[in-house]
Design a protein around this ligand. Structure first.
Ligand code: 6R9
Length: 651
């Protein structure tokens, strides 16, 4: 992974000439953004409309015990007005959202900015009638349908804070989040069709609400019209209410630092934390990165295949594209339904110019063979993107050759729920890409590579260590909902003075960055982020389980798979039936994305004398890397390791 071995792919001269940012401009803008951050961001903030202009650009402190992050703090704006109203004068009839349903035989919808305005205002008025106001929390648990975007923007319009819970999460996970942010309303749908199956969202919400305050209301959007149960006085019918709701609604002037949304994400310890994003800084950052990274130009059709339940959907299906007056595709389905040609059929059908997906999807589709691609006309594609995990060169090459026809730059965007938008990526008109490298920091981002134990900053190239960011940027998360101390402890305690990303990285001889993966107990399964601690606590909640340790292991399609070591209560029998039962149990506790791939019975776990489970060793066993198990002499009982190695599960 150095410049001497990596083949590079330069943008064509035509691409570089036409791009918003070419190599010279990147160098100049990047240097400016570090030399005078306030000057740089003052200028960039002009891309959004302010109700009250800000005077101070940034006020940031990364000192432990005193962490506070403020951007444009005395300015006022409204995100929905920026994503909708300000476009009406010039693009009311332009398509804002192309909605592509799960089934290709159902009709796609073209929602104009005018339609988006009406839909958002109706939703906003319904929420107001349900008692939602400025600062109140609304949980959104929905399929990928236009009403999900209306709901997000409706909250933004009236100053409510949304928290989206991915529709693949279980009732328990939903309840934890509703309670965690003390939501007043849950917006859901009857069913969520995906890949020809329908998840009963309303039934899940019913179960979740049994564990929530009885004042929480439930607003239900009809998607399939399938049967649901109804609780009078708690449940509200969106489709009936929207018939009479007014299609205009006052825009609430929000302070730049008011929270726009909370998004729960997994950490290395404990339960998921509510990442809080701001109104002003987040929007500026989402809009700028969307335009720059994807070289988005007026009239382009942009498709990000993520779900709005993840941060990628927030920033690059809804807020970034709509702030830029773009046409954004919202896809309800999955890449392999009805077959593995679906993505490419949709690209052809809607003449997609920028296509943004996850390496796990690319690997899965690559495995199905090129015939599924050949039938589609992909000539509209100009830029390809990936996100969520490192992309292996084989998948990169297939994406480049077979999907991009060798003419589309691939932006490998490294970022996190916490960062609001891209922190590192090649820019399509500026950088010679190296397969697997996130290449260059975005404007205003000052990455530092630290020696993990001494926290010494590693200067010079090449270097390898943990990745921290020495600067703040407007899209940075502001706090953990309800727990600022946890925010400080998680991100600012280990490496004082820096934002700690939790990722490891290499900087090669040319100074380009390669993300090597998490250095903490967070794993990345099919691009979904998961804390091993969450899966462990689900397992030990089972009455027959005494102890569990969960690690990631390399998985050909998913990137990482979930490997569980389980110790049962004394007297319980280790059976295959119980294994199946535990798998089901975890799906119920967290959701299908957390389903264990391999469960190894572990009558003993390797522990230190002080009782700490040695995950390092368990990781090696799961990775089938027995030769480098390292020093096991500090273990209380070294013989358990031999036993675990002997009984390692094979995928
Ligand atoms: C946007 C998103 C964040 C973690 C992050 C890192 C991994 C994301 C990556 C990547 C290598 C990339 N990650 N993009 N690793 N190359 N291009 O994915 O947010 O779900 O919070 O995950 O994903 O490990 O720390 P989130």
């Amino acid at each position: 992974m150095s410049s001497t071995t990596a083949k590079t792919y330069s943008p064509s001269k035509a691409m570089a000439d036409a791009a918003h940012v070419n190599a010279d401009r990147y160098d100049r803008m990047y240097a400016d953004s570090l030399a005078d951050p306030d000057g740089f961001w003052r200028e960039q903030a002009a891309r959004v409309d302010w109700i009250t202009p800000f005077t101070e650009v940034s006020d940031v402190d990364f000192t432990l015990g005193n962490v506070s992050i403020n951007w444009f703090a005395d300015g006022q704006l409204n995100v929905a007005a920026n994503c909708i109203d300000r476009h009406l004068a010039t693009r009311a009839d332009q398509t804002a959202i192309i909605w592509e349903p799960d089934s290709p035989t159902d009709e796609a919808l073209h929602i104009t900015y005018r339609d988006l305005h009406a839909g958002t205002c109706k939703m906003a008025n319904i929420l107001k009638d349900l008692g939602v106001g400025r600062g109140d929390r609304v949980v959104i648990y929905m399929p990928m349908i236009p009403e999900a975007a209306f709901a997000m923007l409706a909250c933004a319009r009236i100053g409510a804070i949304h928290s989206i819970v991915f529709a693949g999460f279980s009732p328990d996970a939903l309840a934890a989040r509703v309670n965690g942010c003390e939501a007043k309303v849950v917006i859901t749908a009857d069913y969520a069709p995906r890949g020809g199956k329908a998840t009963p969202l309303k039934t899940n919400a019913d179960q979740a609400l049994l564990h929530c305050k009885d004042t929480v209301k439930c607003l239900v959007v009809k998607r399939t019209g399938g049967q649901t149960t109804w609780t009078e006085g708690r449940d509200y019918d969106y489709n009936a209410l929207s018939k009479t709701a007014a299609d205009t609604c006052h825009v609430e002037p929000m302070n730049a630092e008011d929270p726009l949304f909370i998004l729960y994400t997994s950490g290395s310890t404990g339960q998921p934390k509510g990442v809080v994003h701001s109104t002003g800084g987040y929007l500026v950052y989402a809009a700028l990165t969307h335009e720059t990274t994807f070289d988005y130009k007026d009239g382009d059709v942009f498709w990000c295949t993520a779900d709005v339940g993840w941060v990628t959907g927030h920033s690059y299906i809804v807020y970034g594209p709509l702030a830029n007056g773009a046409t954004t595709v919202m896809f309800e389905g999955v890449p392999t339904y009805p077959d593995a040609s679906r993505f490419w059929q949709v690209c052809e059908k809607h003449k997609v110019n920028q296509f943004y997906t996850a390496p796990t999807a690319i690997r899965a589709l690559m495995g199905q063979g090129d015939d599924f691609v050949k039938g589609a006309d992909l000539s509209s594609l100009r830029i390809l993107g990936t996100v969520g995990e490192p992309i292996n060169p084989e998948a990169w090459n297939w994406y480049n050759d077979v999907i991009g026809g060798g003419r589309c730059p691939i932006v490998d965007t490294w970022w996190q729920t916490e960062t609001g938008g891209h922190l590192m990526t090649p820019l399509p008109g500026a950088h010679a890409m190296k397969p697997g490298s996130a290449m260059k920091p975005f404007f205003g981002i000052k990455p530092v590579v630290l020696e993990p134990t001494t926290a010494e900053v590693l200067e010079g190239n090449p270097a390898e260590g943990v990745l921290c960011i020495a600067s703040s940027w407007p899209g940075q998360m502001r706090t953990v909902w309800g727990d600022h101390e946890r925010f400080e402890k998680t991100y600012f305690a280990d490496y004082p003075g820096y934002y700690f990303t939790g990722d490891g990285c290499k900087r090669d001889a040319d100074g380009d960055y390669w993300i090597t993966g998490r250095v903490d107990d967070v794993i990345n399964v099919s691009g979904h982020r998961m804390g091993t601690a969450e899966v462990e606590s689900a397992l030990v909640a089972h009455p027959k389980v005494a102890e569990a340790a969960v690690v990631g292991y390399p998985h050909a399609i998913k990137g990482q798979g979930i490997y569980c070591y389980v110790t049962l209560m004394g007297g319980e029998e280790y059976t295959d039936e119980l294994r199946a039962e535990l798998r089901k149990w975890v799906r119920t506790e967290i959701g299908p994305i957390a389903s264990p791939d391999l469960i190894q019975w572990a009558p003993g776990l390797p522990k230190t004398r002080s009782g700490k489970i040695m995950r390092r060793i368990l990781r090696k066993i799961a990775e089938n890397d027995h030769a480098t198990l390292g020093d096991t002499s500090t273990l209380a009982d070294p013989s358990v390791v031999d036993d675990l190695v002997k009984n390692r599960m094979n995928s």
